[in-house]
Design a protein around this ligand. Structure first.
Ligand code: ADP
Ligand code: ZN
Length: 607
């Protein structure tokens, strides 16, 4: 079979996405590849198609156990013989899998990096012949990132130990030059074809909201999105707990995920989410790598992440099925403080010297600046992200909150002077809440007990709400007119620029939304697939019901049967027989044979 037949027969797709075909061609002809593709771009197809074209087997190295299991499940469902080797298998299961691999029963084997040095594994690889090695999350070889995995340093040795050098494909979503260079060098790639696919995800709508009350705003956002699946990211475990509780109280079907939960509970909650028993999950950034849930229709960040890379990776988990989806960032001044705290108190990487450590930290603070600019800027959000990743972004996408609003720059110089005078007058000893209370003229115990009501600036901003004052402090932090310490109870401090403001040498501005919408934007093509009409929507929910039943019976996540994009396409095309149904995107032969009759039945009744 050629690559197109494989794509259609096994995966049910008619054409490759941008970038996929070049990668497939390179790997299939024995060459190396370094592919940088954003989450959801379709990396797996890039090595799965050449795997099915090759004589030998393909070894996929992946750091994530849950990902392997799902990928293998999906492959088997599409008729591809595959298996995984990792620590979740019992010794007996592991032996059996290795035995079958030896007997040539598998085309694709997923393996955790720590298994690579095992002599038995190497022996089997040598015997069956490895045509292709695919390294997933390849940035894990680099010590310059958060995801460094020492086991990844062994990959090159493993490849060298094989009797014939296979084609090597390295895949990552991380785009910085330094990480790319590391991957090339440490994995010892040989003149790799370098493919960087567009980072744009036209079906995603980006917005930034700076609400006075985040939890109230979140509750209303969720009310407007009932029945849809989404992820809510929080910066800390504590926040995950609070937000989960608040949403559960309001009757939302939520579950939670963070590193403080037991392994069993994490697994259970993740399953509840993936199978849509609980369509909304509240999580720290520990959640998501390797979760292939294609129908996530919104990702809300309750706190601002530390950098654009993390933000885009997490937000990019929305809309992987290509349907319209939203990425919403709820921004508040505290987020800057929390992010700085997390950076300055992150676990040191034991592989780095103190000097390198400091350099990494410096770089992270620098990246945080870019994130803050995203959260507080007024230009097109999509363009901002694309430029950050080195792509020309244009300056008007028409599908982000900044493109839909105009902003006024409010002059807040006088307010800024009061805040700075208050921080200075109280000798840089207090955090944001106390400073805000002093400025408002609060009579609370913690103010009077410390005699802060005798400050010159006491009550200087009594006309403002506490939220408004914090918003102003936030703008000052973002602009570098104030800073915070990185202690557990962060304290506001002055910067070199503070004095300039007090001396009247600097004007300070803050963006305020001007409600008026801009001219209707030229609509992007890809962002607007024709929506289904009401009758087709009814069919779609019938098909979903059938899919849910099958998923329960087989005990697999629903998207392993068919993705939402596939069901939607089925509603548009309304196939009447086993030939026509193959035209639906995402229906390959194996799934046609297995599920075709059931879905055709539902469609026929409906017609
Ligand atoms: P990544 O690993 O890059 O995050 P995946 O490999 O999980 O992304 O693919 C994301 C989604 O896109 C999956 O649902 C996949 O089936 C779908 N997909 C991949 N390639 C194609 C294609 N050529 N046509 C249509 N859908 C595709
Ligand atoms: Zn825009």
């Amino acid at each position: 079979m050629d690559k197109y037949e494989i794509l259609k027969t096994y995966f049910g797709y008619d054409k490759f996405r941008p970038g996929q075909e070049r990668i497939v061609d390179a790997l299939a002809s024995g060459g190396d590849v370094l592919a940088v593709m954003p989450t959801g771009a379709g990396k797996s197809i890039c090595y799965q198609v050449p795997a099915l074209m090759a004589d030998g087997i393909t070894v996929v190295i992946s750091p994530l156990i849950s990902l392997m299991k799902d990928q293998v499940r999906a492959l088997i469902g599409s008729g591809v013989p595959a298996a995984y080797l990792n620590s979740s298998l019992s010794p007996e299961q592991y032996d059996l899998a290795l035995l079958r691999m030896d007997a040539g029963r598998y085309k694709i084997v997923y393996v955790a990096p720590e298994r690579l040095p095992s002599p038995r594994f190497l022996e089997v690889c040598a015997r069956v012949g490895v045509s292709l090695v695919a390294v997933d999350e390849a940035h894990c070889v680099s010590q310059w990132g958060q995801d460094f995995r020492p086991d990844y340093l062994r990959i090159a040795d493993f490849i060298r130990a094989l009797p014939r050098r296979p084609a090597v494909g390295a895949f990552t979503a991380t785009a910085t030059d330094r990480v790319r260079d590391d991957i090339r060098e440490i994995l010892d790639l040989r003149s790799p074809v370098s493919v960087v696919t567009g980072f744009d995800r036209p079906n995603l709508f980006f917005s930034v909201i700076a609400p006075e009350n985040k939890s109230a705003k979140l509750a209303s956002l969720l009310n407007e999105r009932r029945g849809r699946s989404g992820i809510i990211y929080c910066a800390t475990r504590r926040a995950v707990e609070d937000v989960t509780e608040m949403l559960a109280r309001e009757g939302h079907p939520v579950t939670r995920y963070h590193a403080g939960l037991s392994a069993e509970e994490r697994q259970r909650n993740q399953d509840d989410f993936v199978t849509d028993r609980k369509p909304v999950i509240v999580a720290t950034n520990a959640f998501g790598m390797g979760i292939d849930k294609s129908n996530v229709s919104f990702v809300i960040h309750y706190n601002m992440p530390k950098n654009i890379e993390s933000y885009y990776q997490e937000a990019g988990r929305a809309g992987r099925d290509g349907e319209p989806a939203e990425c919403i960032l709820l921004f508040g001044a505290r987020d800057i403080i929390t992010a700085k705290f997390l950076i300055n108190n992150s676990d040191p990487n034991p592989e780095l010297s103190a000097e390198e450590q400091a350099a990494v930290r410096q770089e992270e603070l620098y990246k945080l600046e870019h994130m803050i600019r995203y959260a507080t800027g007024t230009g097109c959000l999509r363009a901002y992200i694309l430029r950050y990743f080195g792509e020309p972004g244009g300056d008007f996408c028409g599908a982000c909150s900044n493109c839909l609003h105009t902003y006024d720059a409010a002059d807040i110089t006088e307010d800024a002077k009061k805040v700075i005078a208050c921080v200075s007058g109280t000798r840089q000893r207090y955090g944001m809440s106390v400073i805000a209370e002093v400025l408002r003229g609060s009579k609370s115990e913690r103010i009077t007990a410390r005699r802060l009501d005798r400050e010159n600036t006491y009550g200087a901003m009594s006309a403002y709400s506490e939220g408004k004052i914090k918003e102003i402090i936030s703008a000052l932090l973002a602009g570098g007119y104030l800073d915070v310490t990185d202690a557990e109870y962060p304290v506001l401090t002055l910067t070199a620029q503070s004095a300039d403001v007090l001396a009247g040498k600097r004007r300070v501005e803050m963006k305020v939304i001007n409600k008026k919408k801009k001219e209707a934007p030229p609509k992007k093509e890809a962002a607007s697939k024709a929506p289904l009409d009401a009758a087709d929507e009814a069919l779609l929910s019938e098909l979903r019901r059938l899919r849910a039943r099958l998923a329960r019976e087989e005990n697999v996540p629903a998207y392993i049967i068919f993705t939402d994009a596939t069901l939607t396409d089925m509603c548009r095309k309304k196939p009447r027989d086993m030939v026509e149904i193959l035209r639906v995107s995402g229906v390959g032969e194996r799934k046609r044979d297995k599920y075709g009759p059931l879905f055709l039945d539902v469609i026929e009744k409906y017609l």
